[in-house]
Design a protein around this ligand. Structure first.
Ligand SMILES: Cc1cc2nc3c(=O)[nH]c(=O)nc-3n(C[C@H](O)[C@H](O)[C@H](O)COP(=O)(O)OP(=O)(O)OC[C@H]3O[C@@H](n4cnc5c(N)ncnc54)[C@H](O)[C@@H]3O)c2cc1C
Ligand code: HEM
Length: 394
């Protein structure tokens, strides 16, 4: 437990974190990655370069400092951090390393005048409190994933049994465990961690599970990123029959059991987690509005699957928007252009209570979030996932 003095010091640090948190976390990552090369494979270098990882950590620390008196208010953020950590296999022995770098960064960035011994001691105690909470939650998740039927702990080798092109830039990989045993079920919307060796270097990435749980195999669907390490490897260098290491599924972006109609809004490869969510909702008899945005017909994935579901489930409404069309396109979209609030107003079941799930690039998600708010959709009925470190959408 923190003392009252330590809490006062942490609360007093909030304004500093609000203005200088990112400088602090940028310094922190430099220290961490240069002095502890063993943790480098855990971190995505592109997220570092874009600054998204620094911002996510700065925001995490800031939220924690703000809620130091009511840690339960951290709830959703803590669950999100735990999911990310679990899918990347963060372990208790990583925490002292991060703690040491964070405290050193506070001292070095803020300077001895601000970062007095009392401030450092208060932050050391506060960090330990947060670390203990996360370690305990992660420990529980690892244990329950290992104990569940088909579950496992750490890395498990999977074979690529099939690679299926879904569009010119998205390919699905069907993965079965090399040991021939069953695999743990996941909640629709969850993702797995993939560990790869690329040019002699270990890297870890998350991929949403894009087909419903079946107890025997998983499917991920990967978009080729220009210059992307993992996606290029998965597309070009990992043939059918090849193997990858997977960490068990995690993630808090999952179908809630409210029984209400469901609206799924995705752009590009953001479609992947919405597929198992849609299927689970349809199987449960819920009405589903599926709205998908793609740049054009060539990069539009899973159109035929949605057509098939449309035949099977009368309660499914699908809408597709392309930015551009061409005369040679095999499919015609419902509309051409970019996302507009007017489209959503026409297509969503406004007037009824419904749950919305959306995934896509950050500007797209910002637009959807604003549009939903303007349409009166309550925040508690809205969920979204980032394909990278979580960021503010407002
Ligand atoms: C929860 C979650 C679910 C996800 N689900 C999916 C999914 O279903 N399908 C999917 O395709 N992806 C998914 N992703 C994204 C996925 O994890 C990877 O981030 C994505 O495949 C890109 O990884 P990469 O290694 O190919 O690219 P990276 O090597 O990470 O590079 C990404 C981009 O950054 C650029 N870049 C790399 N390094 C630097 C640098 N140092 N400086 C500047 N620019 C740089 C690259 O050129 C490239 O354009 C998901 C992510 C999360 C967090
Ligand atoms: C109290 C300590 C910690 C806090 C507050 C914290 C906070 C966070 C936050 C806020 C995120 C982003 C979550 C999201 O995107 O949804 C994150 C992701 C991550 N964390 Fe932690 N973390 C802590 C400890 C650690 C440790 C000990 C490690 C391992 C060295 C670690 C490694 C990672 C990695 C690899 C990611 C994913 C980054 C990415 O997507 O690029 N974290 N953490």
């Amino acid at each position: 437990m923190l003392t009252d003095t330590e809490r006062d010091i942490i609360r007093a640090t909030v304004p500093i974190l609000e203005t200088g948190g990112e400088a602090l976390t940028t310094h922190f990552y430099k220290l961490l990655l240069s002095e502890y090369p063993q943790v480098r494979p855990l971190f995505n270098q592109a997220h570092q370069a874009q600054g998204t990882q620094q911002r996510a950590l700065a925001n995490g620390v800031l939220q924690y400092a703000r809620h130091i008196d009511r840690l339960e208010a951290l709830g959703p953020l803590a669950a999100q951090i735990v999911s990310k950590h679990v899918a990347l296999q963060i372990q208790p022995d990583h925490y002292p390393i991060v703690g040491a770098c964070l405290l050193r960064s506070i001292r070095e960035v803020l300077g001895a005048d601000v970062a007095t011994d009392a401030v450092i001691d208060a932050w050391a105690a506060a960090y330990q409190q947060l670390a203990d909470m996360l370690i305990a939650a992660e420990h529980e998740a690892y244990d329950s994933l290992a104990a569940a039927p088909g579950g496992w702990r750490g890395a498990r080798k999977f074979r690529v049994t099939r690679k299926v092109p879904e569009s010119t830039e998205i390919t699905s990989l069907h993965l079965e465990p090399v040991d021939g045993q069953s695999v743990v079920d996941f909640l629709p919307g969850q993702y797995i961690g993939v560990r790869l060796m690329v040019n002699g270097e270990e890297i870890r990435r998350n991929y949403s599970l894009s087909a419903a749980a079946n107890g025997r195999s998983y499917r991920i669907s990967v978009k080729r990123e220009c210059g992307g390490q993992a996606s290029s490897f998965l597309h070009d260098d990992l043939p059918e029959g090849g193997t990858v290491d997977l960490f068990p599924p995690a993630g808090a972006f999952t179908l809630t059991d409210t029984g209400r109609p469901v609206a799924l809004i995705s752009a590009g490869v953001g479609i992947t987690p919405t597929l198992p969510i849609a299927e689970a909702a349809l199987v449960a008899g819920r009405a589903v509005t599926f709205i998908h945005y793609a740049r054009n017909a060539q990069v539009h994935a899973f159109g035929e699957l949605l057509d098939e579901w449309g035949q099977r489930y009368p309660q499914l409404q699908t809408y597709v928007v392309y930015e551009h069309t061409e005369a040679s396109d095999k499919r015609a979209p419902d509309e051409v252009g970019r996302v507009t609030p007017a489209q959503l107003a026409r297509w969503l079941p406004i007037g009824a209570e419904f749950d919305t799930y959306f995934v896509g690039p950050k500007p797209f998600m910002g637009l959807i979030k604003r549009a939903l708010r303007e349409l009166g959709q309550p925040a508690e009925c809205t969920r979204y996932e980032f394909f990278g470190p979580a960021e503010a959408l407002d």
